[in-house]
Design a protein around this ligand. Structure first.
Ligand SMILES: Nc1ncnc2c1ncn2[C@@H]1O[C@H](COP(=O)(O)OP(=O)(O)OP(=O)(O)O)[C@@H](O)[C@H]1O
Ligand SMILES: [Mg+2]
Length: 263
């Protein structure tokens, strides 16, 4: 049986697609069979982030409407043979795909994959309901800002009315310099506010724009270390923390903090 995990947030643009793609790559790098499903139907972009856009021939709707078999719609990653993407697309597709149709697809994926990661659209309406109805676990992605946290909190309340067995939060775009100076909510504050299990912390890092499935192995990139810890936490149930303040402690750290803020 695959673990079916939805990435959700309420607020748009906080990093659901980024977390889905990178967590998928890191789990596949650890030899787990992973299928990513783009359920941001209509405004899909997981194929672009995964650099698979040109290789998508069939989408989820083609499977549902019997134009192809599920196997034919799954696009394999170039670097990790255990990582696949089921893409969606086209604004009109959003209206036609039902929860039951997606559940049928996931039922077939259970036999083949260890993880099915669902990229959920922003908001809390039909697209959100469809995505979370198909999952057993949820990762609530939030940035350390008030508006994002408020939406995350609302989503967590809504998730209680779904059959979600475990809920974890992931703080994305954390700024170690601001956290060290107490100008940004700390991991502890966010955990206390959201009241669900801790999943991980991902730093703000421009590497997110250039990461490929090849470069995720480079442990010098802090983003990779953070995603690797997140993947381990998901696998083992541990609550290890990527400390994004580590560069900004002590005398040199305070200089770095000042420099970072002056640019
Ligand atoms: N840790 C990070 N560091 C720097 N930039 C990031 C980080 N995470 C995400 N971003 C950038 O933020 C933007 C939004 O990210 P992403 O598309 O993953 O958010 P989303 O929640 O999926 O958005 P939407 O709600 O529109 O689907 C992207 O340009 C992405 O590259
Ligand atoms: Mg997205």
């Amino acid at each position: 049986m695959a673990r079916v995990i939805v990435m959700t947030s309420g607020k748009g643009g906080v990093g659901k697609t980024t977390v889905t793609a990178n967590l998928g790559m890191h789990l596949a790098n650890k030899n787990y069979r992973v299928c990513l499903i783009d359920m941001d139907i209509g405004l899909n972009n997981l194929d672009v982030v995964m650099n698979m856009e040109d290789r998508v021939v069939y989408t989820m709707l083609d499977v549902i409407e019997n134009r192809c078999r599920l196997k034919e719609a799954l696009v394999q990653d170039d670097t990790y043979p255990l990582l696949y993407l089921l893409s969606s697309g086209g604004l009109n597709q959003d209206l036609t795909i039902t929860i039951n149709q997606i559940r049928q697809i996931i039922n077939q994926l259970h036999a083949v994959f260890d993880f099915v990661l669902i990229d959920c659209p922003a908001g809390i309406d039909a697209g959100f309901k469809r995505a979370v109805s198909c999952a057993d676990e949820a990762i609530v992605v939030t940035s350390p800002h008030l508006s994002s946290l408020r939406d995350a909190d609302k989503v967590i309340t809504i998730l209680s009315s779904y059959n979600i067995l475990s809920k974890r939060f992931v703080i994305n775009r954390a700024r170690g310099d601001l956290m060290q100076d107490k100008l940004m909510f700390s991991v502890y504050d966010i955990g206390k506010t959201l009241g669900i299990e801790f999943g991980g912390v991902i730093p703000e890092d421009d590497h997110v724009l250039v990461l490929t499935s090849d470069s995720i192995k480079n442990q010098k990139i802090s983003l990779n270390r953070a995603f690797s810890i997140l993947a381990n936490n998901i696998l083992t149930g541990e609550k290890k923390l990527f400390d994004c303040t580590y560069k900004y402690k002590g005398l040199f750290g305070s200089i770095k903090r000042k420099l970072k803020r002056s640019v």
